[in-house]
Design a protein around this ligand. Structure first.
Ligand code: ATP
Ligand code: NCN
Length: 215
């Protein structure tokens, strides 16, 4: 019998608010990649000065509500508990220390993000700490040339099996069910007085209404 440890995933985002595009991707990743669990990790202070509409505590509370009944998904609030900018590399360092040297760790990011990865704080350290799983989206193309393209080519995994053969160091590109839902669109609907029902969990919508967010 193999003694390979199931990987743990971490999916960072602003989640302003969390919606079924995030949640369906998260669950499909758990099942397709055989993850032990996946942590949705709301950022507190976004590194690129993207200003969330809602305070981090509200965004995290909505993620907590959304994953409450699915034990394979968790809300990880470490970036709210840490002061300063929510650099992903700091969260990966903390997670690696908590999980130990052997447990595979997968950082999940959207295909749009990988094209700009070289602007992320200490991005060269990511693959020493974790694997990277890139969510391919319709209309998205793997960068063909340049520093990021070379890095992708050098570390690309052929299949998900590579995630359990080492604790870190590989890049896997995964195509999942496309759901054209964005937080921007949900905020705009609420601002116009329209209902975003069925684009996000009912309990998240109840929370938004109770706390008068985005209106
Ligand atoms: N519909 C979706 N399907 C798959 N992944 C998604 C979807 N929406 C967002 N993501 C991914 O989830 C992560 C966190 O995204 P974020 O919290 O910024 O949500 P968003 O809907 O893109 O928000 P906004 O519209 O405010 O930019 C990113 O890696 C992003 O690529
Ligand atoms: O660490 C960085 O330098 C860095 C730069 C840009 C984005 N991030 C993280 O990327 C995640 C997704 O961001 P976003 O803008 O799609 O919500 C979120 O967890 C951010 O903290 C991290």
């Amino acid at each position: 019998m193999s003694d390979a440890l199931a990987p743990v995933g971490v999916f960072g985002g602003t989640f302003d608010p969390v919606h079924y595009g995030h949640l369906r991707s998260a669950l499909e990743l758990v099942e397709h990649l055989g993850l032990e669990h996946l942590r949705l990790m709301p950022c507190a202070q976004h590194p690129h000065a993207k200003t969330p509409m809602s305070p981090a505590a509200h965004r995290a509370a909505m993620v907590e509500l959304a994953v409450r009944d699915e034990p394979r998904l968790r809300c990880d609030t470490r970036e709210l508990q840490r002061s300063g900018t929510s650099y992903t590399v700091l969260s990966l360092e903390e997670l690696r220390a908590e999980l130990g040297e052997r447990r595979p760790l997968c950082l999940v990011m959207g295909g749009d993000a990988i094209a700009h990865i070289h602007s992320w704080h200490r991005w060269e350290a990511f693959l020493e700490l974790a694997h990277i799983v890139v969510l391919a989206r319709p209309g998205w193309h793997i960068p063909g040339a340049g520093e990021v393209a070379d890095w992708l080519r050098d570390h690309r995994l052929a299949d998900a099996g590579g995630l359990t053969r080492a604790p870190a160091g590989g890049i896997l590109v995964e195509a999942l069910r496309p759901l054209a839902i964005s937080s921007t669109e949900i905020r705009a609907m609420l601002a116009r007085g329209e209902s975003p029902r069925y684009l996000l969990p009912e309990q998240v919508l109840d929370y938004i209404q109770e706390h008068k967010l985005y209106s």
